[in-house]
Design a binder for this molecule. Sequence first.
Ligand SMILES: Cc1cc2nc3c(=O)[nH]c(=O)nc-3n(C[C@H](O)[C@H](O)[C@H](O)COP(=O)(O)OP(=O)(O)OC[C@H]3O[C@@H](n4cnc5c(N)ncnc54)[C@H](O)[C@@H]3O)c2cc1C
Length: 298
Amino acid sequence: MNKVENVLVVAAGKAINELTCGAAQIGSRVTLVYAGARDSAMNSDKAYYLGDRPFFSCGPAAAKLALAEKPQLVLLDSSKDSLLVASHIAAAFGTSVQTNTASILVGDGIITDKLVYGGAAVKTEKSSGAAVVCVSPGVFSQGAANAVADISDVLCEGDERIKVLETRAKAASSVNLSLAKKIVGVGRGLADEEALKMCRSFAESIGAELGCTRPICEERSWMEKERYIGVSGAVVQPECYIAVGISGQVQHIVGINKSGTIIAIDKNEAAPIFKSCDYGIVGDLHKIVPQLQQLIEE
Ligand SMILES: Cc1cc2nc3c(=O)[nH]c(=O)nc-3n(C[C@H](O)[C@H](O)[C@H](O)COP(=O)(O)OP(=O)(O)OC[C@H]3O[C@@H](n4cnc5c(N)ncnc54)[C@H](O)[C@@H]3O)c2cc1C
């Protein structure tokens, strides 16, 4: 793969690992600008520490460092805070932020793909100057965390015009589907919450996380938002994905198509999921799932 000379990662917290690992594949040199815990720097030739401050307020300082570092590519994740920071950096370079990026290639410039029209199409963009790119979750894999020898503390003011007034706790979600090795994904084919219980028990019996399609969260409110997979939810890449009662619309498939093996259970043999899976079982999920579980337990 072609590489650029310098990739600047601007991040805080958990995003640092994924982004620095990804940056190493794209750039000969990786420079990190980060906030939060000072010891969270990793996998970079050089790092600038902005202090333990809210990440969203780091835009002006990150933009100054970006101008000084002259990277060909600035990488951030797609969180709301990162979008704010990215906007400062892009303005400093006189360019726009490329959001929700699904892949990055170095060719004649930086070439990025993003999903548009709810995932039904892919839009390819090329930047000829410095590119400021926010990547979707799961685009890069997590890797080892190698310590950084060269860390500079940057004494700078954040964006003081925005202040945090209050932070309220939200019901904690214990799930990070992008790290799961096995996922059982459930869809609207489940008749009721008893069927959901049955699928949860099946998932537990094979050591899998439970994921779902968007309507399961947004229409039925059966699961928290962190568990829905697809273009507007999580992008996952487990070794095995078992789709149960999921028709296989493109908006869901783009979230699972990097999985190792895809197994689908659906009663409609013409369901599009059967075009995207490695193994398909046609039949009533309410009968097949308990049978599978029994077979596995035996
Ligand atoms: C802008 C936009 C963004 C979107 N983003 C996402 C996204 O990120 N993720 C996402 O998932 N969706 C997303 N959607 C929604 C998406 O288009 C589909 O509507 C959704 O994925 C369908 O969910 P489903 O497969 O659970 O339901 P359905 O399409 O209704 O499929 C249910 C399936 O269950 C089968 N079935 C029914 N009964 C049984 C039974 N007893 N046994 C076995 N099989 C049975 C049916 O044959 C059918 O194939 C988005 C839509 C839009 C417009």
